[in-house]
Design a protein around this ligand. Structure first.
Ligand SMILES: C[S@@+](CC[C@H](N)C(=O)[O-])C[C@H]1O[C@@H](n2cnc3c(N)ncnc32)[C@H](O)[C@@H]1O
Length: 283
């Protein structure tokens, strides 16, 4: 995917065309997914992600090489000279953490500019196994563990008020909206005062949302994919409110409109992501 033009950063929600409004209305034609099925999707959430990694192994997500460009903090931490701690939540197979770890490593394999000690967790035991079997995995620099971030499990692995940075990259959208508050509260507990959450996820009316067919809608802006994994699409207001009401200040929070060209299919793909930085306040 080649970017066609510079990203547009805005807090304004996308204005829908008549055709796009019709698509969203059509999604309601067969009503929401029945309650028993929606409940089962929640019960099977871990299993469905684990099957996803069984099928796709490490091939599905691309390395997130854009993280230091988008989140300058990841580079700025070096200025302080002291090693920082970074926790990647819902790490999948480590597409964010390993590129960062690699940047810290010289060609000879020794650690040059060691900025971070990394923690990484995922719901799926298989994903965590992939992280642990990566050649760059070395417990003196990274600890990966299986955990459901909506529960208290995380506190068994990370001391309270100890982290400098937490990343939530395309993770909250995979979690049921009723549990968003639990996730944010958990991150608040493990971050130091002043610690940061770096967030990037699907924005409201992203093309992936408009593409869902009738019968896949679980609730407003929440959908199920064919493989049983779920995807939520976020508005700027609700994410700001979520963090503000749970002990964070909002540093930035905006939609990123990005047009990319899919060379293989020859189509112009407009994407909308929501990207934010939130700082833990002392309560
Ligand atoms: C869309 S993938 C993104 C993976 C990775 N962050 C990336 O960007 O490549 C969502 C990830 O969140 C994980 N996940 C879903 N629910 C979770 C939960 N309750 N606790 C921890 N991880 C979860 C899934 O297993 C999956 O690996």
């Amino acid at each position: 995917m080649e970017p066609l033009e510079p990203d547009i950063i805005t807090t304004k929600t996308k204005e829908l065309t008549v055709e796009e409004k019709q698509k969203l209305e059509e999604q309601n034609k067969r009503g929401f997914v029945p309650e028993f099925k929606a409940n089962k999707l929640e019960i099977d959430a871990q299993r469905n992600w684990d099957i996803f990694y069984k099928r796709n192994e490490t091939r599905f997500f691309k390395d997130r090489h854009w993280t230091t460009r988008e989140f300058q903090e990841l580079l700025d931490q070096a200025k302080f000279g002291e090693k920082q701690t970074l926790f990647e939540v819902g790490c999948g197979v480590g597409n964010l953490v390993f590129p960062l770890l690699e940047e810290q490593t010289s060609e000879e394999g020794c650690f040059t500019n060691e900025r971070f000690y990394f923690y990484a967790c995922d719901f799926s035991p298989r994903a965590v196994d992939f992280v642990r079997s990566n050649p760059l995995y070395d417990p003196t620099h990274i600890t990966a563990f299986q955990c459901d971030i909506t529960t208290q499990q995380v506190h068994e692995h990370i001391p309270a008020s100890s982290l400098d940075v937490c990343t939530l990259i395309f993770v909250l959208s995979a979690i049921h909206p009723q549990k968003f508050v639990d996730v944010v509260k958990n991150l608040w507990k493990v971050l130091k005062p002043g610690g940061l959450v770096l967030f990037r996820d699907y924005g409201l009316y992203d093309m992936a949302q408009l593409r869902f067919k009738p019968g896949n809608k679980i609730a407003e802006n929440l959908y199920v994919r064919q493989d049983g994994t779920r995807s939520y699409f976020f508005s700027e207001e609700e994410v700001s409110k979520l963090f503000l009401e749970n002990g964070f200040e909002v540093i930035t929070n905006s939609y990123v409109h990005r047009r990319t060209l899919n060379l293989k299919e020859g189509v112009d793909v407009p994407r909308i992501f929501l990207q934010g930085k939130f700082r833990k306040m002392n309560l």
